[in-house]
Design a binder for this molecule. Sequence first.
Ligand SMILES: Cc1cc2nc3c(=O)[nH]c(=O)nc-3n(C[C@H](O)[C@H](O)[C@H](O)COP(=O)(O)OP(=O)(O)OC[C@H]3O[C@@H](n4cnc5c(N)ncnc54)[C@H](O)[C@@H]3O)c2cc1C
Length: 254
Amino acid sequence: MRLFSKSILPSASLVSEMQTQINISSFLVDATGRSSWLARSRGRKRISYDTMIGLVGVLRPQTSCTSIDPVLQLEAAEEGWWYSAPVPDGSLVVTYITDRDYLTRSGLRHTHFWLSKLECTSYTVARSRGFQIEGDVRVKSASTYRLERPAGDGWVAVGDAASTYDPLSAEGVSKALRSGMSASQTIHNYLRGNGEVLDEYVVGVAKEFEDYLAQRVRYYRREARWPASLFWSRRQINPLNLEGDNFLLKGRDT
Ligand SMILES: Cc1cc2nc3c(=O)[nH]c(=O)nc-3n(C[C@H](O)[C@H](O)[C@H](O)COP(=O)(O)OP(=O)(O)OC[C@H]3O[C@@H](n4cnc5c(N)ncnc54)[C@H](O)[C@@H]3O)c2cc1C
């Protein structure tokens, strides 16, 4: 295949030996979620603020009579928090949110670690009675980060590709939609010759991220039962107000 640029934007074209022509947009949107594929392939750094993970177990009802309240339930624990939610096929999805170092230090496999922590809960273990686990518990990153600069000449990052928030905020989807709308306006103005809009977009993402970090502190400070727990204390301080180099508190390039 050979790639050539038309002299006049808005598109370049890719022509295969079969003479199939694919138009390639002159402006790219990185909507690749947590992989930030386009931004990282352009060498953009991410600043991470924690190593939060979600260990996700799917429970199937043991009998057809097993029923469950159709509500999302949250429960705080010493080294994290749980959420459980019924899904339409009758399963119960039970997720333990914690920091990766707790899992690593335990030396346990994912499912054993998740089961050992589930036994220490009150409401979540009660809700899981009558269900049995299906398959292995999966581990998903739930860390907080932002791209140092989520835009460049001819591209922007949106949604999780640009920044990620703690699942406790329940903001991931609405933020992704907001950034998509903001990016569309940015692209429209950029293609009309206003290059400054990329800087404005970058500032907007950073500002929203700062507001989120401040809100995260407010949420996590409401739980005061475990003052010695690293999981809670790591989130009860705003990393932007810190000096020093503890990345779990202050953020680091990843
Ligand atoms: C445990 C957990 C619980 C959460 N709970 C909530 C919640 O309750 N409420 C909420 O609002 N948010 C929640 N979130 C966050 C929410 O899921 C995300 O913020 C949201 O899905 C981000 O949308 P997105 O479109 O940016 O990315 P994604 O939904 O991740 O979509 C990115 C897509 O890009 C694709 N992709 C990746 N790389 C490439 C590539 N190179 N080429 C082509 N395609 C590619 C992926 O396959 C994927 O389909 C939660 C997240 C986690 C981890």
